[in-house]
Write a protein that binds this ligand. Structure first.
Ligand SMILES: [Cu+2]
Length: 537
């Protein structure tokens, strides 16, 4: 097949780029700037299960940046894990990082009974979060509060996906509080693909499938951000777009052909606002899915629908999947880009960058292929949520201390407290509840709300315009697991920007969920809290 052959050629070219950049010994190889983008390697479940052995490694690149990565025994880095709804995903994680000095050990929790894996945390600790998945937060599943895998240790995850997990793009990354930003900036992340989207969104069946993970990393030399200097560099499937040259990566598409793009903002900190331009004109992206949930499928009465958009703000952690028609031969220049973000007076410098130049030719390079229609549509995970009576309402807010060294997410009326695994849950509810949460931003920079274990329905986006921000129309009434609340302008006469979300705890999952800002620098500095979902009696 043409697709398969072109993929292997690209793989060979990229393998050469690896070797020339680092030699054979670097366990976390990265591509050279200007490289051709190819899908990550993939592993597929069979007969209801997928078992993966991943080692956690570190290296230092030529710019003295610390890299981190998950690799298989064969040296496959950050594989995409393809599973079906209802499958069991087993991940055996071996931490290959060198042991730090004993003085670095910190107590993760003072309650030894809560330990999951190692009891003390240090700078070499790791764990794994299965972002967006509606899986259990128990030890050996999607648990991040107490799970620690330390240097030399091996730990097994057995994650059972529900039979009604929405098909789409999810991702995995380390989530040890205090060092999650460093691990994700280091590149230790990969995609999880829950299969079957073609049965809910038939328009994608048989199309070339392009998986794109946008990551961030420190800018070489650590220049002070501002003006043209971004707070972080970004990479596209490990092809860097480094400041100051900002050389874009290359995406090779078959001229005029449609592709299914599955894009994750796998950045630790960088907010993206993605567009595709042909000769300067924003192209229509046929939006298929947000955060792993097919758009228009939420009410359970129809499988899905396509929403045309010309771009989308994508918070860290978020995913968008869309159909894009490749440029015709008449197009002179084509770019996949992120626009600049207004993050607020106290925010980061997330600058505009061309991520890739799109080159249209005879073949679609570096892609795989979406299967044909054939499987079941599955049952909706969140039936009737828009119309069901709610059982409670809450108000939460993001805030920071005056010198921006401590970050909080607080239930209104409680005392702002930075996260600790020893904190009691800030919210307690019971399985079966349906709650509306208003989340305000009382800080002068953008924050990005995420909760583990469940998606939420976006009911409203309020007071965004006080600082010139705009609500994001396409996420209204959709299920997502990430939402940005833009910054407050500091004017006491102005209301706080806020969102109203409906959360569904009727599912099969109980236990301690965490919610936090997905700018991981903020999460590491305290902007996370625990909610406890008690099992239904
Ligand atoms: Cu934040």
């Amino acid at each position: 097949m043409k697709t398969a052959r072109s993929f292997s050629l690209v793989t060979l070219m990229l393998a050469f780029a690896h070797a020339s950049a680092f030699g054979q010994s670097n366990p976390c190889p990265r591509f050279s700037a200007g490289g051709v983008v190819a899908n990550p390697p993939s592993l597929h479940s069979q007969s209801g299960s997928l078992t993966v052995n991943l080692s956690y490694n570190t290296a230092t690149d030529a710019e003295e940046r610390t890299l981190y990565c998950f690799t298989t025994a064969e040296g496959v880095e950050s594989p995409t894990l393809y599973i079906h709804p209802g499958d069991r995903l087993t991940v055996n994680v071996k931490n290959n990082l060198p042991a730090p000095a004993p003085a670095e050990d910190m107590q993760m929790s003072t309650n030894a009974a809560l330990a999951c894996g190692a009891a003390t945390m240090n700078t070499a600790s790791v764990n794994v979060h299965f972002h967006g998945t509606n899986t259990s937060p128990t030890c050996h599943s999607d648990e991040v509060i107490h799970t620690l895998i330390n240097s030399g240790e091996t730990f097994t995850y057995n994650v059972t996906f529900p039979a009604n997990e929405p098909p789409g793009l999810y991702w995995y990354h380390p989530h040890v509080h205090g060092i999650s930003e460093a691990a994700v900036l280091g590149g230790a992340s990969g995609a999880i693909m829950v299969e079957g989207i073609e049965n809910l969104q038939p328009a994608v069946a048989g199309l070339p499938e392009r998986i794109l993970l946008i990551r961030d990393q420190n800018v070489a030399g650590d220049p002070t951000p501002g003006g043209p200097v971004p707070s972080w560099d970004v990479t596209l499937n490990y092809v860097p777009i480094p400041y100051p040259a900002l050389t874009p990566a290359v995406i090779r598409m078959a001229s005029g052909r449609r592709e299914f793009w599955r894009v994750a903002n796998a950045c630790a900190d960088t907010i993206l606002n993605l567009q595709v331009l042909y000769d300067g004109v924003p192209q229509t992206l046929q939006l298929v899915s947000l955060d792993g949930v097919p758009v228009g499928s939420q009410d359970g009465t129809h499988p899905g629908g396509i929403v045309p958009i010309t771009g989308l703000l994508l918070p860290p952690g978020s995913r968008m999947e869309f159909i894009l028609t490749a440029p015709s031969s008449a197009v002179k220049s084509a770019q996949f880009m992120t626009r600049a973000i207004n993050t607020g007076p106290d925010g980061d410098n997330d600058t505009a960058r061309t991520l890739a130049t799109i080159v249209a030719g005879a073949t679609s390079d570096g892609t795989s292929t979406v299967p044909g229609i054939g499987g079941p549509q599955g049952q909706p995970l969140f039936p009737d949520l828009a119309t069901i009576p709610i059982t409670g309402q809450r108000r939460l807010y993001f805030s920071e201390n005056s010198d921006q060294t401590v970050f909080y997410i607080t239930v209104d009326g409680q005392t702002p407290t930075p996260f600790s695994g020893d904190n009691p849950p800030s919210i307690v509810t019971t399985q079966g509840s349906v709650e509306d949460w208003t989340i305000e931003n009382r800080a002068m920079e953008n924050h990005e709300f995420h909760i583990h274990q469940v998606h939420f329905l976006v009911l409203s986006q309020d007071n965004f315009q006080i600082n010139g921000s705009q609500p994001v129309p396409v996420i209204q009434d959709q299920f997502v697991d990430m939402i940005q609340i833009p910054y407050w302008d500091g004017n006491p006469a102005h209301p706080y920007p806020s969102v109203k979300l409906r959360l569904d705890f009727r599912g099969h999952i109980s236990g301690d969920f965490v919610y936090h800002c997905h700018i991981l620098n903020h999460e590491d500095q305290g902007m996370m809290a625990i909610m406890r979902v008690l099992p239904a009696k």
